[in-house]
Design a protein around this ligand. Sequence first.
Ligand code: SAM
Length: 281
Amino acid sequence: MIATAKKTNEIINKYNLKIKKGFGQNFIIEPGIVEKIARLSNCEGIAVIEIGPGIGALTQQLAILSKKVVSYEIDKSLIPVLKDTLSDYENVQIINEDFLNVNLKEISDKLINKYGNVVVCANLPYYVTTPILFKIFESNTRIDTITVMVQKEVADRFNASVSSSDYNALSVITQYLYDVKILMKVNKNVFNPKPKVDSAVIQFVKKDFIEEIDRYKFFEFVKACFKQRRKTLNNNLKEYINDSDIIENIYLKTNVDKNIRAQQLSLDKFIEMYKVYEELL
Ligand code: SAM
């Protein structure tokens, strides 16, 4: 079992590893946690894509449960380590590449064709959590379940409900595409090195029904409504749409008070407003 404090120290010493904070390296040292994340990822009997295997703590559990693990690690110095720590698992493929450069559609289609289905599971590097998730969200793949460990505050933002202080454009956009659930909180003490904040495991499951609208224009519209959080919806929209008749018509047709703030609008209301806006263009 790789994910123990003792084994992790042994591996660090054996390879004289310099832990790279710049790559967000915090290795899990609690076997129960990696087992649980792997189990909850629903990778059993199918393929799984992992981002950032580190020294292989979570990868090992994914390899035990799934048919195939494809894992992308940016840090070249970890590749020989992973070859060693995961040498017992023939179904693991480690690729030394920045996940942000990966052609996710191509690899996920290949894995679905061969193994029936694919999920994503990772303990994400915190410095690049949102870009990685948005890459997955926007890559137009058939991946329908994403299970990742992130900083607790970030998980709260993705999962936020309307009118709460964490609710923002990210919450609306994500919840338009996925059902979002926080599966568990994870204490900062189960990592080496120990990060400053606690983490949470969050799961995104693609919705069965997604309203057919131009999603990229919709995302822009939502971001514009939230542009300056303290400003009213009307003040933000005036910066985005320079035709006041259109703006007034949106309020009228959707029964929205222009003096509220974007954080008071539900996802359904954003969709309704966007549809009216599209019609009026
Ligand atoms: N999975 C391991 C675990 O749970 O113990 C390590 C997780 S650690 C938080 C994040 C890992 O992601 C590190 O190994 C880091 O080198 C790697 N990483 C950072 N940025 C990356 C990127 N853009 N693409 C691929 N891997 C990355």
